[in-house]
Design a protein around this ligand. Structure first.
Ligand code: HEC
Ligand code: HEC
Length: 209
């Protein structure tokens, strides 16, 4: 019985210790910086030319898309990125064949169902890297836009599916609740979804390179 209790204690303490060892509490971790919001779709109504309006809407949505919270998981290389300065993931993890890590170091070893505040470890049940064809790191907003529309590089999604993914996907939604004192992406997912929806409705025109 006592052995079982000890095992239980260790099991309970483990994620906490793991988090602290991997990521000692930082003394400078303050409140998230004030990031401002997103302009509402109505703010673009005065742009009469549909193509110009479409581009302007996408540029506003780009404040989210090109944010480190998103790009850190859409890297161009073999490793995830971390922080607002988008440095290489400190723990040496690689994407592996399925974007879920190597056989020995799975994302899920450390990233659990939800954010783990004591260790500042981000969490989500499907935490893994965006496949390499969906890499955004180092690309212009125009290039990302063309890529997002291309079913060969966006996981075979239609434009409507991309709109829904942006507006409703909960992994995308993590960007607004990243925990650990991280800067969230601007606005709300709902506002972001409305911008993308209006962009699609006005012709899904991409900003020039
Ligand atoms: C050995 C534990 C460990 C493994 C395995 C691991 N991570 Fe992490 N990861 C962490 C910790 C701890 C942090 C928080 C670091 C910080 O913010 O200081 C983190 C942060 C991140 C961030 C940064 C979020 C941001 O915007 O700052 C991303 C992205 C990320 N991990 C992706 C992954 C992916 C994808 C995998 C699998 C391929 C993975 N991690 C595997 C421990 C791990
Ligand atoms: C934890 C890692 C992670 C984070 C954080 C993340 N993504 Fe992704 N993203 C993925 C993965 C994995 C896929 C591919 C699987 C899928 O379609 O669900 C993907 C796919 C996408 C796609 C679809 C196809 C394409 O062309 O890229 C879009 C759009 C997208 N993400 C938007 C975002 C936005 C916007 C954010 C930030 C608010 C974000 N993602 C943050 C991992 C992430």
């Amino acid at each position: 019985m006592r052995g079982g209790f000890a095992v239980l204690l260790v099991a309970l303490a483990c994620p906490l210790l793991l988090g602290l060892v991997l990521n000692p509490p930082s003394t400078s971790a303050g409140a998230p910086a004030d990031v401002g919001g997103l302009k509402p779709v109505a703010a673009f109504g005065s742009i009469k030319d549909a193509s110009q309006r479409s581009v302007a809407l996408f540029k506003e949505a780009g404040l989210v898309i090109q944010h480190p919270r998103c790009v850190n998981c859409h890297p161009a290389g073999n490793r995830p990125l971390q922080g607002d300065d988008m440095h290489l993931h400190v723990q040496l993890v690689v994407r592996g064949e399925d974007n879920l890590g190597s056989t020995a170091m799975r994302c899920f070893t450390c990233h659990r169902e939800k954010n783990f505040e004591p260790g500042r470890v981000p969490g989500h049940p499907l935490w893994h890297l965006a496949p390499i064809e969906m890499a955004w790191e180092g690309k212009s907003l125009g290039e990302i836009c063309e890529q997002i529309k291309d079913p060969k590089r966006n996981g075979g999604k239609s434009l409507a599916e991309i709109v829904t993914h942006m507006a409703e996907d909960t992994l995308v939604g993590w960007g607004w609740a990243p925990g650990g004192g991280r800067t969230p992406v601007p606005g709300t997912q709902r506002e972001f979804g409305e911008l993308i929806n209006a962009w699609a409705d006005s012709g899904a025109v991409c900003p020039g390179a």
